[in-house]
Design a protein around this ligand. Structure first.
Ligand SMILES: [Zn+2]
Length: 427
């Protein structure tokens, strides 16, 4: 009976090391349950190599932190006696909120991954200054957190997804051209209106969506994938060898500003001929349905899905001009896709946002141009696929980041005993 407590081998007596070890073992136990589903204490011990008594103590702490719960009996293995199953708790959860040019998307889920809240509302970032946007964002966060509490889930954190460059460590949006934001301390600003115990993160929308795709999406588990978000702007999240590529400053993935056409149109970033001026939603609408293009209307910008639905309606009616416009956007999609294939050699390029809704019409010309323009002959092995996660992929990824953080360090979570007593937002 060699030491089963492998994680404990080599540790010394210093309290900090003991705490770090305890934290690592709590994380390991929680992660094991998330990966493998409900397990008895004995089964967890057998699989992790931790001693049974250690596992019991770890599970007790996770129970007291309300991160797991006991369910019916589970067999611990072929020879083991049945024991009480330990499952992730549906009482604790997380929120993701995406702010974009013309909508806010919110997602709230519990630790088991169950979606509790998911919705998207029209929003006009262009018509509001930064302060007003942050007020609206704070109110949306308050409403979502309160709604989660009403449904019996205590939120422990929130991530805001933003279409731009984000200093993740400081929670500051460095630059979001389409929102007109520069150096906006989103996390600090939001913290003023929310429960001080709530963890608040800020991250790039496409990075978060890429994480959501990698975890729950149509190409889940594909270790080399690129996610493209098609909104008014175009962003990218790049997963290489199963990890999100962030770059030296965390600013990688700004694929919407790949300079593709030196003689092209002015981009929101101030440069000319960026990829998003060729394939962004505003450009699609301008080409396909110029009578309802961005900037023409009085009043608030209508829902982006309505714009896409109008394009689909006209395609359905056999409108040749619209079909030509969509195919042209598809060709530019393949053009930029070829650059990504040359750089990252992904197995799939997942199309999110409006790209997903028009995927059947965009992918044929995109795929053909990708095959023509990518250098490697195996480029054909990289396929465009449509995301199934819809407009809330980034928000969902944001909630996922909170859950991942909680699993990484279960002791970072401080929960009041009663589900709603710790929340200042539940008005
Ligand atoms: Zn640009």
């Amino acid at each position: 009976m060699a030491s089963k407590e492998r994680a404990g081998a080599g540790s010394v007596d210093e309290p900090t090391d003991q705490l770090a070890l305890r934290r690592a073992n709590l994380s390991r136990t929680l992660r094991h349950i998330r990966t493998n589903g409900p397990r008895s204490r004995a089964a967890i011990a057998a699989a992790t190599g931790l001693h049974k008594a250690t596992v019991s103590s770890l599970v007790d702490e996770l129970l007291s932190r309300r991160l797991v719960r006991e369910i019916g009996t589970e067999h611990s293995g072929s020879a083991g006696r049945p024991g009480r199953g330990i499952a992730l708790s549906p009482d604790v959860g997380a929120v993701g909120i995406e702010i974009n040019v013309d909508y806010l998307a919110v997602h709230g889920s519990d630790l088991t991954g169950r979606t509790v809240i998911e919705k998207r509302v029209s929003f006009d970032a262009k018509g509001r200054d930064v302060e007003r946007c942050l007020d609206d964002l704070t109110q949306a966060a308050q409403r979502t957190l309160a709604e989660l509490v009403r449904r019996g889930v205590t939120p422990v954190g929130l991530t805001v997804a933003v279409p731009g460059l984000v200093d993740v460590a400081r929670g500051v949006v460095v630059l979001a051209p389409n929102l007109g934001w520069r150096d906006v301390p989103v996390a600090t600003r939001l913290a003023h209106g929310l429960d001080p115990d709530l963890w608040i993160g800020v991250d790039n929308d496409a990075n978060l969506a890429a994480l959501a795709e990698y975890t729950w999406g149509v190409a889940a588990g594909t270790d080399d994938l690129v996610y493209l978000t098609g909104e008014v702007g175009v962003g990218g999240g790049v997963i290489v060898n199963g990890r999100l590529l962030r770059g030296a400053d965390g600013f990688s993935g700004e694929v919407g500003h790949l300079p593709l056409d030196p003689g092209g149109d002015l981009c929101g970033c101030g440069r000319v001929g960026c990829w998003e001026t060729k394939v962004g939603l505003a450009e699609l609408v301008r080409r396909a349905t110029p009578d309802v293009a961005y900037g023409l209307e009085q009043g608030p910008i209508p829902d982006p899905e309505e714009r896409v639905a109008e394009v689909l309606r006209r395609l359905g009616r056999g409108d040749k001009a619209v079909a030509t416009a969509v195919a042209e956007v598809g060709r530019w999609l393949g053009h930029g896709g070829a650059i990504l294939v040359n750089l990252f050699n992904p197995r799939v390029i997942v199309l999110g946002g409006y790209f997903a809704e028009l995927a059947d019409h965009l992918i044929p010309s995109a795929q053909a141009n990708l095959a023509r323009m990518a250098v490697a002959s195996t480029a054909a092995r990289c396929h465009f696929v449509a995301s199934h996660l819809g407009f809330t992929a980034a928000a969902r990824g944001g909630a996922g980041v909170v859950v991942e953080r909680m699993i990484e360090d279960p002791t970072a979570v401080s929960l009041a005993p009663a589900p709603s007593s710790s929340l200042a937002v539940a008005r």
